[in-house]
Ligand binder design. Sequence first.
Ligand SMILES: Cc1cc2nc3c(=O)[nH]c(=O)nc-3n(C[C@H](O)[C@H](O)[C@H](O)COP(=O)(O)OP(=O)(O)OC[C@H]3O[C@@H](n4cnc5c(N)ncnc54)[C@H](O)[C@@H]3O)c2cc1C
Length: 404
Amino acid sequence: MEAAEEIDIVIVGAGICGLATALALHRKGIKSVVLERSETLRAFGSAIAILTNGWRALDQLGIGPKLRQTALPLQGVRDIWLDGNKQRRGPLSKGEARCVKRSDLINMLAQDLPHGTIRFGCHILFVELDPLTNFPILQLRDGRAIKAKILIGCDGASSVVAEYLKVKPKKSFPAFGIRGLTYYPSPHGFDPEFVRTHGNNVVCGRSTINQNLVFWFLLLPGYLKDSEIFKDPELIKQMALEKTNDAFPKETIEMIKDCDITSLSLTHLWYRPAWDILLGTFRKGMVTLAGDSMHVMGPFLGQGGSAAMEDAVVLARCLANKIHGESINGFEGNNGLFRKKMEEAMDLYVKERRMRLVRLSAQSYVTGLLFSSASMIGKILLLALIIVLFQDPIRHTRYDCGHL
Ligand SMILES: Cc1cc2nc3c(=O)[nH]c(=O)nc-3n(C[C@H](O)[C@H](O)[C@H](O)COP(=O)(O)OP(=O)(O)OC[C@H]3O[C@@H](n4cnc5c(N)ncnc54)[C@H](O)[C@@H]3O)c2cc1C
């Protein structure tokens, strides 16, 4: 059998979190390797809204100024409830908000990484502990094995690294989401806002990216069983039109009709309950998690991606503070000291992130229940709960993950 390759720091997954973590480490002078199962960078989900806290993390990663040039600043987030022909407008939230194409974000995170950092076509089947060295071994689908000194699982909601850590399984939210982009040959004329329209038990979100491009999504109640529909954009579009017809304004229907069919995606909504985040073990030996693998949450606050970038900044800072400018090889021959320092660093990271993530997950969950509750009494009770628990409902957007 081929001997396992040895790598100091392995990150599994080249999504937003894995790339942000590799970039954060690179900015601190620490080398890592990202193993991604796809053959190219994936930008699943068309676009992503990024609020003040996410821009702070992007500035620390050094790509904020460049990424800002790809999207117009939004004046804020607005909720509209369709009530017959009436529209009730909620207040605009404050702070920096932009909606960027996921491909722009992913490409910019990847562009600044040293050549060879990302290895594509590396599908990790499982992780086990090397009984001799106590370091993790990753088993790849093509039969190879890789030994890592430090392993960071950024492999999303269905994480094999979370399985190794025996984190409780994610849960399915009783709703699903459709996302897409619509290009307008002449300026669309929409206000630069993130608008969420609630009607007919459906939430339709729309955000301008630039004067000719709009990102939209639908959140629909229920569970989806038909797996064929996930692969067929025409069926996804048909479903989006069926769910919005009659109840939504003409401009919404036209936006869906004219969408870029290749941008359409349909997803289940997963979440990790706040109490599992509060009580979960997110570090075992030299292995930890970041991003959706640790705290997948429904899209109701639009914070999963930004929280993942915050994780990246905090984790890189904690590791770098313990390495103190030495290379990992600086610990050569003193494995015990290296292990102790890295475990301390990862514990500090988990400690710093835990309560932030508990609050975000709880707020996202209760907000999701509010969106998906069909009963008026249910909605009133949930609204009261939100007011009691989260007196300032946009406080989470002002969070500052600090300097890298
Ligand atoms: C409908 C919807 C709307 C959303 N809107 C927003 C928003 O507006 N703003 C926001 O901040 N967040 C939003 N989110 C959340 C956001 O998309 C996620 O939090 C974010 O993408 C998580 O990034 P990640 O890198 O942790 O995981 P992922 O994006 O899932 O990336 C994981 C990567 O790991 C790879 N991988 C997985 N398993 C393996 C394996 N075994 N071996 C090798 N590679 C593997 C995958 O191929 C993938 O590239 C939304 C989510 C949904 C569902």
